[in-house]
Write a protein that binds this ligand. Structure first.
Ligand SMILES: CC(C)(COP(=O)(O)OP(=O)(O)OC[C@H]1O[C@@H](n2cnc3c(N)ncnc32)[C@H](O)[C@@H]1OP(=O)(O)O)[C@@H](O)C(=O)NCCC(=O)NCCS
Length: 400
């Protein structure tokens, strides 16, 4: 950073108005008092770091205390970086880099195994060792033609419930789904409070939420008028069992006055195979969601399970901090040991690529084909490709 008037410091309680103003300019919306109240419950002021110019805040980063499920079911506590904004008056002078340097120094000191974020632009965070690790498909289903196969589970048990009855039921179902889904993020109480507050300005011109609840799953959707007819926009569809998923889709598919159903899904969602017409779920967009930066390679690799045995020496390049090096990764019966080694590498990759592989949502082979993963021979690539896969595609569950 070149400007001598710029300083980095931890925020204090009196800085929150300035934080809100920075965010408003960065993201193009005015956070309401309710928005700020939710954020202040989620973020501790001491986890907010500011850059100031002559004492005036000109940039902010913060993190929330998060928890993520990794392949095999272990849940890791980790920081979730958010509210990253540099005033348009001060961009491209290295202020984000200076803030990230301080913020990640704190993550190292706290012993974080990973850190995560969601990204407005895909070009910003690779240089800091973050790789896109979970994906979301937005799917549109022409409901008028949607028929569930006769062979699909038909357990019934879905009730139409008012918000007051949904409120105590949903968090437990979500927790069970989260525990079995790689990449899934635990939801803090403030998330649920915000969801049930269902603030009008967050409805995107659609109705308040409707809830369909089964003992093991639920769908929360809004009705939206469009020139082509009514659309059910599903905000949240969570099923802890396959049976409840089929039961919920039987109800959604039966909503006669809805022309279309819109929903976000993981890439391996079974919906096409539940329907008599597998082409009906039309993917209208595919986006990355959670980006992973591995802060401690051995801690991260030993926290997840692997699909096949492995014995490989990995050279990992960290372009930002000192998390890289050469590691011996041995997997026996799914469990890994990972230690630093001086042995010659059999595979070489940047830390962002390891982050992209970590939750099982991307294939080692794809990165090899793009020239971003080198292996000494085809057999090593084959094992890596198989080993990093998870039993299901990672899915975040919510954005922060
Ligand atoms: C993204 C943003 C925070 C970058 O802040 P900044 O202070 O201009 O970034 P820096 O000057 O520290 O840049 C650090 C590096 O990232 C690069 N970079 C920064 N923003 C980038 C962008 N939008 N696209 C591509 N590269 C970018 C810089 O070129 C620089 O690269 P280098 O260090 O390898 O030379 C800022 O543009 C911003 O507030 N944007 C709007 C809000 C937003 O999208 N925030 C991110 C939320 S996830």
């Amino acid at each position: 950073m070149t400007d001598s008037t710029i300083a980095i410091r931890t925020a204090t309680e009196t800085d929150w108005d300035a934080v809100a103003l920075l965010d408003a300019h960065a993201f193009g919306f005015h956070p309401t008092d309710e928005d700020m109240a939710f954020t202040r419950r989620f973020a501790r002021t001491e986890d907010v770091i500011l850059a100031t110019d002559d004492d005036r805040p000109v940039a902010v980063v913060m993190h929330f205390a998060m928890r993520i499920t990794v392949p095999g079911g272990t849940q890791l506590d980790l920081p979730g970086v958010s509210w990253v904004s540099v005033a348009p008056t001060h961009r491209r002078r290295g202020i984000l880099r200076a803030l990230f340097t301080e913020q990640h120094r704190r993550f190292v000191a706290a012993g974080a195994p990973l850190s995560i974020l969601t990204a407005t632009e895909a070009t910003i965070y690779g240089r800091f060792g973050y790789g896109p690790a979970t994906s979301e498909l937005t799917v549109s289903v022409d409901r008028r033609s949607a028929r569930i196969r006769d062979t699909a589970a038909d357990p019934g048990g879905v009730a139409l419930v008012p918000p007051a009855a949904a409120r105590p039921a949903l968090p437990g179902i979500y927790d069970r789904w989260q525990a079995r889904t790689p990449g899934a993020l635990a939801r803090p109480q403030v998330y649920w409070d915000r969801m049930f507050a269902d603030l009008e300005h967050r409805r995107d011109d659609a109705s308040a939420l409707f809830y369909l609840v089964h003992a093991d799953g639920y769908a929360a959707y809004r009705r939206k008028h469009t020139p082509d007819g009514m659309v059910a926009v599903v905000d949240d569809l969570v099923a802890a069992t396959d049976e409840s998923y089929a039961a919920l889709w039987r109800v959604l598919a039966g909503m006669d006055l809805m022309r279309e159903i819109r929903v976000d899904q993981a890439a391996d969602d079974p919906l096409p195979w539940l329907l008599t017409d597998a082409r009906l779920p039309r993917v209208t967009s595919r986006d990355d969601a959670v980006w992973v930066r591995i802060m401690d390679v051995p801690a991260a690799l030993t926290a997840r399970t692997f699909a096949v045995d492995l014995d490989v020496t990995l050279e990992v390049n960290d372009p930002f901090l000192d998390a890289g090096g050469t590691f011996s990764l041995r997997v026996v019966d799914g469990r890994a040991t990972a230690t630093r080694t001086d042995a010659p590498p059999q595979a070489r990759l940047d830390l962002d690529v390891l982050g992209s592989l970590y939750l099982g949502g991307h294939r080692a082979r794809s990165f090899a084909r793009a020239g971003r993963l080198w292996t000494s021979d085809e057999a090593v690539l084959d094992r890596l490709d198989l080993a990093f896969r998870a039993d299901r595609e990672p899915f975040a569950g919510w954005h922060f």
